[in-house]
Structures are given as structure tokens and as C-alpha cells.
Unconditional design. Sequence first.
Lengths: 111, 116
Amino acid sequence: DAKTTQPNSMESNEEEPVHLPCNHSTISGTDYIHWYRQLPSQGPEYVIHGLTSNVNNRMASLAIAEDRKSSTLILHRATLRDAAVYYCILRASGSARQLTFGSGTQLTVLP
Amino acid sequence: GAVVSQHPSWVICKSGTSVKIECRSLDFQATTMFWYRQFPKQSLMLMATSNEGSKATYEQGVEKDKFLINHASLTLSTLTVTSAHPEDSSFYICSAYRGGNPGELFFGEGSRLTVL
């Protein structure tokens, strides 16, 4: 699987936007970019995914670089409940393969 | 949205006993499920891939006789930790694959095993 690189940790103030970066320079044309997050003592939770175009849902936005070698997860207004480890993962279309988790980014939200 | 449920959410057992953890897909059929293990402050590590009606595929270094996986129906996979020891204490997480394009993986809430 193509590898992703994320900062180990980031901090944000409550109610401010957060931009979580992810580099995936070896991404292939069929790889979707997935973001999951894991709250303490819980299983990972799906956040968003995309292929080429930017994506928005109720949780977040995903901005994908034109060359697809990087992406940014955007939380528009961070809340204390958004404190979690955020994982950026690549997965081929239609693949029943497992997700390979990197170390992710630990997001701390300051009140 | 799709829901994957694990049971129990936490369990404490004595060394040498066996513990079974269930993973159910509640509103879709999952021919493929995955079992992960997560130690404190670490990321998820894939243990095995569970395929309905066939033998599980284990990752390198995972003992298949110790971590028994059964995927007898399209909505249920079980992980049995046999003869558990304190070093098996961990957070076990399952995920179930719902087919489609691109298809999605949904995760259970996790099961925390503590072996005394």
C-alpha cells in the first residue's frame, strides 16, 4: 500500500478551524484518500474520503491537491469532542483489503 | 449509517482461560471482516482477515492457534483468545467491509481485554 505521512501531533483552539495535512507522494491513480479518527478507547470512526475533487460532509471537508500527492482534512470549527487521533489512509477502489494504519495525528483541542 | 457492534466491550479474565469476542455487522452483510489489535499509545495493527465460509488469513507473527477466528455467517465473526496471558492484554478492534464503489470499512467499538 502507498504510504502516508502525517505530523505526530497538532493543537487547535476551540471553535477555530483546523487543517490536518497528509502527504502521499506515491499515491496511485486508483487510490481513494480516506480519513478516519479514533477517540480514546473507541474504534476508528469514518470521517471522509475522496478521489480527486474536494469533498464536504457534515463532519469535515477534504481538500485534495491537484497532483493528489497531498491532502488536507479541514475541521471548520473544532470542538473539544474533536480531540482524537486522525488517520489518513489510502485504499484502492473496490478493494476489500484491510486499511493499513500509520501513526496518525493526535489533535489536541484547547478550550 | 452502517453499524458494526463488538461484544463484550471489555473483559477481565484469569491467565490461562479463553475469551471470545464477537463482531457483528448489524445492517449489512460482510463477507470480509478484519481483526486489529492496538496496544496503548500505538496504532492499530492488523491481526487477520476473516472470510465468511473459509479459513482466516493471519498476518505474519500472529499465532493462528492462539487467536482463533470463525466467520460462520455473513454478519458475525468471532475472535477467541485461547489460553490468554497478560501479554495478550490489549484493545481488539474489528472492522467489516461493505461492498460497493469504493466500498467502505466500518469499525466496531473495540473490546478491551485485561488478563490477570
